[in-house]
Design a protein around this ligand. Structure first.
Ligand code: HEM
Length: 218
């Protein structure tokens, strides 16, 4: 009996239960909604470092990739043990918003982002970055339960805007005149996302069978 309790499968299911539980979610909320925003605010007020602002952009990008890729990957792998990851996408989306705004706030004055003429012609990194930021604001403002109830079916349509942030921030980085291999990597990433979304939409899974109702509703 004792041995049975210590099997890797049992240990894994204890961990999964913990990660899905209220206590862990509360801890995540305190870290994501209180500690991180305060730390970002503190760093913006007291540190004001260009390299750090650039790093915030890099982190916002990485969190964005996590939010966008997590769903198709989990749905394609179609393992029940991974489905809990989907329930943390809202928190990750909000984290992405905070990091993106910590990143761009460093450029408010030195790039004069409040002057419209700086966005023209629109094929500059500022235009794509600002457009993506606008979409992130909409997504952030509609990320709560009230908006979900208010917008009903349209809520999902609004959330689809997040897909546009991927090509916009890819363009933001490409227009910053990065190395050629970075450009190829960013284009490949966008193509990979489209392929994964098609596989998800077609309900193609690694188990080659339709996954159960329970996972579909998440
Ligand atoms: C008005 C909005 C924005 C402005 C003014 C802005 C400004 C900048 C600037 C000046 C850089 C160059 C930093 C450097 O020299 O290393 C940069 C890079 C970058 N930005 Fe933005 N940005 C904006 C929005 C965003 C958003 C919304 C994201 C992500 C969600 C983002 C992600 C990045 C990334 C990943 C880099 C490359 C960082 C690196 O290579 O180290 N930016 N941005």
């Amino acid at each position: 009996m004792e041995n049975q309790k210590n099997t890797p499968a049992n240990k894994l299911s204890i961990w999964i239960n913990y990660l899905q539980g209220q206590n862990f979610r509360k801890t995540i909320h305190i870290i994501f909604y209180l500690i991180i925003p305060l730390a970002l605010l503190g760093s913006l007020i007291f540190i004001q470092n260009y390299r750090l602002n650039s790093q915030f952009g890099e982190w916002a990008w990485q969190v964005l990739l996590l939010v966008l890729f997590i769903k198709p990957i989990v749905k394609i792998i179609a393992r029940k043990e991974l489905m809990w990851l989907l329930t943390y996408r809202r928190e990750l989306g909000i984290l992405c918003f905070y990091l993106a705004f910590a990143h761009l706030s460093g450029s408010i004055f030195n790039l004069k982002i409040y002057e419209l003429k700086n966005y023209l012609p629109p094929n500059n990194f500022l235009f794509t970055g600002a457009l993506a930021s606008l979409l992130l604001i909409i997504l952030y403002l509609t990320s709560n339960n009230f908006s979900m109830r208010f917008l009903k079916k349209n809520w999902k349509r609004v959330q689809y805007l997040s897909y546009l942030v991927l090509p916009l921030i890819s363009a933001h980085q490409i227009l910053l005149q990065k190395e050629a291999e970075d450009t190829i990597g960013l284009i490949a990433l966008n193509i990979a996302f489209i392929i994964l979304k098609i596989l998800e939409y077609k309900k193609i899974t690694l188990k080659f069978k339709k996954y159960d109702q329970e996972s579909q509703s998440s």
